[in-house]
Every structure is written in structure tokens, then in C-alpha cells.
Design a protein around this ligand. Structure first.
Ligand SMILES: Nc1nc2c(c(=O)[nH]1)N=C([C@H](O)[C@@H](O)CO)CN2
Length: 119
């Protein structure tokens, strides 16, 4: 199975459990990998036959910018659900980096995989 990916997608959002985090937007950085068979698009050279990563990025940015979750667990799960359900993606891996959440740590976050790679 092939993978279409988006890397280093920086989005500002309300995220966190502390009072100050409920009023100040913070940046989350997303890396997204999506299983997709690119063979037909490669043969036809036609965007209609592939997963348009620009469309996916716009949907994810719009969702994350308007969300107000407390936990990164909830946010990352919602992102994975949107990609799988709205874009017919059988398997997705999402990495969410909430840089700066822990003083002394350069990176903090979660990595999830959902679904199965179809052969
Ligand atoms: N597993 C998690 N731990 C923590 C989270 C979280 O979303 N998932 N969030 C926080 C705070 O919001 C933190 O990011 C502020 O620095 C603490 N632990």
C-alpha cells in the first residue's frame, strides 16, 4: 500500500487542561500518513483518481482551528476519524506534537494509528 503524507502542519488552537490554556491559542504540529493506492492516479495523471492532500489539509486545518478540546488524546482521535470517514482512508497514522508543553522537553505529544492497511 502506498502512503500520502502531510508533514509539519502547524495549526493554532485552544488545547489544554489549565485555565490559561482555555483562553490562549497554542500551536500543534501534525504529521499525517494516509494509506492510499496511487496506481490509478499514476496511470491517468488525473487528480480525480487520488487523495487530494490539499483538500485533506484544508479540512484538518479548519477543524483544528475551531476546536477547543482539553486533551490531545481527544483532538488526535477526532482528526483520525475525520480522515478515515470523510476521505475513505483505510489506515491513518497521526503524530501530534504540542511543542513547549513541558519545560525542558523539545517535543511532547501522541502518535496513533487507526484502521488497517489494505493490500
Ligand atoms: N496525556 C496527556 N497529558 C497531559 C495533557 C494531555 O492532553 N494529555 N495535557 C496537559 C496540559 O494541557 C499541558 O499540555 C500543559 O502544559 C498535561 N498533561
Amino acid at each position: 500500500m502506498d502512503i500520502i503524507f502531510l508533514g509539519g502542519l502547524e495549526i493554532k488552537t485552544i488545547i489544554g487542561i489549565y485555565d490559561w490554556e482555555r483562553v490562549a491559542k497554542q500551536t500543534v504540529i501534525l504529521d499525517i500518513e494516509m494509506a492510499f493506492d496511487i496506481q490509478k492516479a499514476a496511470e491517468t495523471d488525473d487528480i480525480q483518481h487520488t487523495l487530494d492532500y490539499k483538500t485533506v489539509s484544508h479540512r484538518v486545518i479548519s477543524f483544528v482551528e475551531s476546536s477547543q478540546f482539553f486533551l490531545v488524546e481527544r483532538l488526535i482521535s477526532e482528526i483520525a476519524d475525520i480522515i478515515r470517514n470523510e476521505f475513505n482512508v483505510s489506515w491513518v497514522k497521526v503524530t501530534l506534537n504540542k511543542k513547549g508543553a513541558i519545560s525542558g522537553a523539545s517535543d511532547v505529544g501522541i502518535i496513533i494509528e487507526r484502521g488497517e492497511k489494505k493490500s
